[in-house]
Every structure is written in structure tokens, then in C-alpha cells.
Design a protein around this ligand. Structure first.
Ligand code: EPU
Length: 356
């Protein structure tokens, strides 16, 4: 029996049911930025930590039958999901304490990531300004270790509050235990679907340390012609992202669909010999990160369409729903792109988006 069935009855009978919303056979179209219409067996939403704790006590943990959803900007649903979707919507951003040149700030898992960045920038707290306009919710930031323009959320995460769904206890996990790396953390591996993140505590700087050397931040700042500040950087990043990435309202998408592949130094050197223009970046442990967008563009897929799904014409890492695409169509396009890149370059690119 699905763990979800037990919950369903429990919640209906419980006097606190107003703090949990539960739906059955629920259409996830408004909850995924690819805007694909699929149904899940149960959909559970709450903005209350106490309610999630009560829920966990009754819930029979079945990680395979579970999806924990944030802003839905990192999922591709290819078929109806015969399991339970948990949707935590805890709100609020609180300044917890000031310690020397740093502040500790707690944000609810359901806070829109960019609202959190705006909050920090307005108050002059540095550390997340380069992460402006990244779609999704705060609760997804530690899972994905969201990153852009030389900054990663993991660098600022002090701790993560969560409900351990396996043991039904609230926990606080230090950021240093999460094993943050490029677009990765333990939440995607051995901790997958185990912790329902409720709040994230960030350690931000009162005196910002700017990172301006990635992408075209410096050029954009010069173009803006304003003095350097957190808001100027936020504006520059916002402008760059808006010019390169499609608006989900117009062209549903999940941001970068693929991760940049990390290859050995030998393979990178060979590649560079053959293609001197290939963009390479140093990665962990002497490995080299290759720009997947470049590989896809060279493989001839940029701007192409397959069925109702397409590769965005201004950033080849992004797959878009050109209107009415099913999850299967988008997955088919992703596979065609992966295959071509492998045939051309011998490099396997992996999706960063979760395919359910
Ligand atoms: N490139 C191409 N063709 C393309 C796309 C990129 O040749 O279609 C080349 C660019 O010219 C550049 C290099 O690839 O030389 C890197 O491109 P870009 O700076 O746009 O960054 P990216 O590696 O493609 C990553 C993140 C983005 C993030 C940017 C900026 C991943 C998977 N993606 O993209 O994240 O905004 O860096 O830091 O790491 C997202 O996660 O949704 C996202 C957009």
C-alpha cells in the first residue's frame, strides 16, 4: 500500500487539518515550470513546520514513492506519478543574529529564491547577489546547490532545518555536512527524499566580497554606468539572465537542462587541441568542466525543435516547451541532444533536471 493512503485518512480526521492541504489525483501543471500536465496520486501542501512534523509521524516513508517539490523548476514529469508529492510552503525571512562582519538569516523553504536575494541585497548583505533571478524556492537551494556567475548557495549555507521523514524527527543539519559541490549535495544522493527541508539559515556578509569576473558581469556593470554596489550587481545579473534565458511564462522551461560535464584534464587537453574555442573551466580535483551549451551548439542542436519541444536559440543548455509538449517529447529531445554530443565529442552530458 502507498504510504500516502495512510496519510490521507489521518489528515482528514485530524483536528489540525487546516494546516495541511491534501489533494488526490492532482494535476501538477501549475507546479512545474515546463508546464506539463501530469497527475500525482496525492499532493500534500503545508506552510507549518508543526503540521509537517505531525505528518511525518503518521507517514510510512517510501522514498521511491515520493517527490518533494519546490518551485518545480527542476523537474520533468514524463508520466502520471503514482506516489505522493510534498509541497512545503513555509514562509518568512528572519534576521537571527549579527556576528562581527556576518549575519545569520533564516528563510522558509517556500520563499521564492529571488525574493530572498532581493531581501538580502536591499539590506546590504552580500553572498547571494550573483544568484539573482534563479528560479525556484529557498528549500531547493541546498539540494541543488544552486549556482551562477562564480557563486554557489552552498558557500553561504550555515545550516538546514528539516523533518527527517524516515525517523519522524526535526533535525538541523550543518551546511558542512551537506557535501556541497557543483550542482550537487547529499540531498540528491544518500539523503534523497529523506529530509523535508523547512528552513535554511544563511551566513551573509555585511561587507560584500564581489565576484565580477564570471560571464559578462563586468561589461554589464560598465554599461549600466552606476557605482559598484550589491544592487548594481543584482541589476547586472538580472539583465544578463533576462537577455539569455527564456521567461517561463512565455516559453516554459527548467533553466539549464544539462549540467556542464566534468572531464579529465587529458580529455580536456585533447578537446582543446581539436577545438581551440571550447570553453573550459577548472573543476574539483584537477578535473575540467566543459561548457555543455557550447557542445550542444557545435553539435547543431541550438534553436532546433523536435515535436513541441525545442533547444532555446539563445542558450543551448535550456530546453523549452514550445506549446503543449508532453514530458515524453521533452525527454526525447534531451536524449537526441545527449546522443549527438556523445557521437561528436565522446562526452556524456547528464541532465541536471530530475526526470520522473
Ligand atoms: N555557450 C555556447 N553556446 C550556448 C551556450 C553557451 O557556446 O548556447 C558558451 C558560452 O559562450 C560560454 C560558455 O558556453 O563561453 C558558458 O556559457 P554561460 O556563461 O552562459 O554559462 P553556462 O555554463 O552555459 C552556467 C549555469 C547557468 C548559469 C551560468 C552563469 C550550469 C548547468 N548552468 O551555464 O545556470 O546561469 O552558468 O553562471 O551550470 C540554470 O541553472 O538554470 C542556469 C541558467
Amino acid at each position: 500500500m502507498l504510504g500516502g493512503c495512510a496519510i490521507f485518512h489521518y489528515i482528514r480526521d485530524d483536528k489540525n487539518s487546516n494546516t495541511l492541504r491534501i489533494e488526490e489525483n492532482f494535476d501538477l501543471k501549475p507546479y512545474n515550470t515546463f508546464a506539463v500536465s501530469v497527475r500525482c496520486r496525492y499532493f500534500v501542501e503545508s506552510d507549518s513546520e508543526a503540521a509537517w512534523f505531525d505528518f511525518a509521524k503518521q507517514y510510512e516513508w517510501e522514498p521511491e514513492q515520493l517527490v518533494i517539490l519546490g518551485g518545480g523548476s527542476n523537474f520533468l514529469f514524463t508520466e502520471d506519478f503514482d506516489g505522493t508529492v510534498l509541497y512545503p510552503t513555509l514562509s518568512g525571512i528572519t534576521l537571527l543574529q549579527e556576528q562581527g562582519g556576518e549575519v545569520l538569516v533564516s528563510a522558509g523553504a517556500g520563499v521564492i529564491w529571488d525574493d530572498f536575494v532581493a531581501w538580502a541585497v536591499e539590506r546590504g548583505y552580500g553572498g547571494v547577489e550573483n544568484l539573482s533571478l534563479i528560479p525556484g524556492h529557498v528549500g531547493a537551494a541546498p539540494v541543488q546547490n544552486v549556482g551562477a556567475y562564480g557563486m554557489e548557495a552552498g558557500d553561504t549555507i550555515d545550516s538546514v532545518e528539516a523533518i527527517d521523514l524516515k525517523r519522524a524527527v526535526p533535525v538541523r543539519i550543518p551546511g558542512s555536512d551537506c557535501h556541497f559541490s557543483y550542482r550537487d549535495s547529499l540531498f540528491k544522493h544518500s539523503w534523497k527524499n529523506r529530509y523535508l527541508i523547512t528552513r535554511v539559515t544563511f551566513r551573509l556578509r555585511k561587507k560584500p566580497v564581489y565576484k565580477l569576473d564570471y560571464g559578462s558581469i563586468r561589461e554589464e556593470l560598465e554599461r549600466l554606468g552606476v557605482p559598484l554596489s550589491l544592487s548594481a550587481v543584482r541589476q547586472a545579473v538580472t539583465n544578463i539572465r533576462t537577455s539569455k534565458l527564456p521567461d517561463v511564462q512565455e516559453l516554459p522551461n527548467a533553466g539549464s537542462f544539462f549540467r556542464n560535464p566534468v572531464v579529465s584534464a587529458e580529455l580536456a587537453a585533447k578537446l582543446q587541441q581539436q577545438y581551440p574555442a571550447v570553453p573550459l573551466y577548472p573543476a574539483e580535483e584537477g578535473m575540467v568542466k566543459v561548457a555543455a551549451g557550447w557542445l550542444i551548439e557545435q553539435a547543431g542542436w541550438k534553436g532546433k525543435t523536435l515535436g513541441n519541444a525545442g533547444v532555446y536559440d539563445r542558450q543551448a543548455l535550456v530546453l523549452v516547451n514550445r506549446g503543449g509538449a508532453t514530458g515524453v517529447e521533452i525527454a526525447r529531445l534531451a536524449n537526441a541532444v545527449k546522443k549527438e554530443v556523445f557521437v561528436r565529442f565522446g562526452i556524456r552530458i547528464e541532465s541536471e533536471v530530475n526526470i520522473v
